[in-house]
Design a protein around this ligand. Structure first.
Ligand SMILES: Nc1nc2c(ncn2[C@@H]2O[C@H](COP(=O)(O)OP(=O)(O)OP(=O)(O)O)[C@@H](O)[C@H]2O)c(=O)[nH]1
Length: 297
């Protein structure tokens, strides 16, 4: 089993332990111990099994999922369920007066937890669909061509030039979008080139998630990407570019070791091609436009 994700969940594990402890303290402080004769061992096996299995589920969650919104909802949902299950188990050992407020408290968290888990499982399913689509694209990509950049696994600049030449002939309204990571050199120097490579890879994944099936993204140079958007009017290309930039802006890159969250922005340039355009002059136009937009910002 791989435990490498566990260190990222230390706060969540702490929260689960606090919730479990508060269930125990609440129960102990609000009742008195039952005698051996009053204890039903069959109930303890059943209810204890549910509480233990909830903890096992939480453990599998921590070793399988990276931190994030869906993970948080799953942990919260399961913790609510565990809180109810523990109170249920503890009242087999501890007697409370009938109608005690704790028995009302006991029944509330479980349904809330189930609702949260249902929502999180739906989001997990959506996440899985996106990842499957991404894998499918990558597979098609490596089957089709060898001109793939080894760091990002995206098509390289040579393939971009070949494809751009074809698209200039074939596509009616081709938009070409250039994206460049701001201050990548500074990031590389601060965190090292291995982290730089990982950042390039993770950004490529995010860009891939934000483009359509007909689009093609390539790594043009160091921290510079180009996306070919066939049959795409300028207004649509502007919207798409804004969406990609927005998703990168919100992406918290967790550095190795400290787990510090580093945020990034992208600069962009957009050219609407006409079929008299040639590959190299068009790429030069894009590069110039990018430099101009940088100077303007
Ligand atoms: N880790 C890593 N770094 C790379 C790779 N290719 C190029 N680089 C680095 O990318 C950096 C690009 O530097 P710049 O072109 O100045 O980019 P920048 O710091 O974002 O500057 P602006 O583009 O003006 O915002 C350089 O430090 C290169 O060494 C790579 O494959 N992996």
């Amino acid at each position: 089993m791989n435990y490498s994700l566990l260190p990222f969940h230390s706060k969540r594990i702490g929260l689960v332990l606090c919730i479990a402890l508060s269930a125990i303290l609440l129960s102990v402080s609000q009742g008195e111990l039952k005698t051996w004769q009053e204890i039903s061992w069959l109930d303890i096996i059943g209810e204890g099994g549910v509480a233990v299995l909830t903890l096992v589920w939480l453990f599998f969650l921590f070793v399988s999922r990276p931190p994030g919104r869906v993970t948080d909802m799953l942990v919260l949902g399961l913790s609510c369920f565990m809180f109810s299950a523990l109170l249920d188990l503890l009242d087999e050992f501890i007697r409370q007066s009938s109608g005690h407020w704790l028995s009302v408290v006991e029944s509330i968290p479980a349904p809330f937890g189930m609702i949260m888990m249902t929502w999180a499982l739906y989001q997990w399913h959506q996440e899985q669909l996106t990842l499957n689509e991404q894998l499918r694209r990558r597979e098609a990509q490596s089957r089709q061509h060898h001109q793939v950049d080894w760091v990002t696994r995206l098509y390289d600049a040579d393939y971009l030039r070949e494809n751009l030449a074809k698209q200039l002939q074939a596509s009616h309204s081709l938009s070409v979008l250039m994206l460049d990571i701001d201050n990548f050199d500074q990031f590389n120097r601060r965190y090292g080139s291995q982290e730089g490579d990982r950042l390039l890879r993770e950004m490529s994944e995010l860009i891939l998630m934000n483009i359509r099936q007909s689009d093609l993204v390539c790594r043009y140079a160091g921290d510079r990407f180009i996306i070919l958007l066939p049959d795409t009017p300028r207004a649509t290309a502007i919207t798409l570019s804004a969406q990609i930039k927005e998703s990168i802006r919100h992406f918290a890159f967790k550095t190795f070791g400290t787990g510090e969250a580093v945020f990034h922005t992208l600069s962009s340039a957009l050219v609407s091609a006409v079929n008299t355009d040639q590959v190299e002059p068009l790429l030069q136009r894009l590069n110039r436009q990018l430099e101009l937009s940088r100077q303007g910002s």
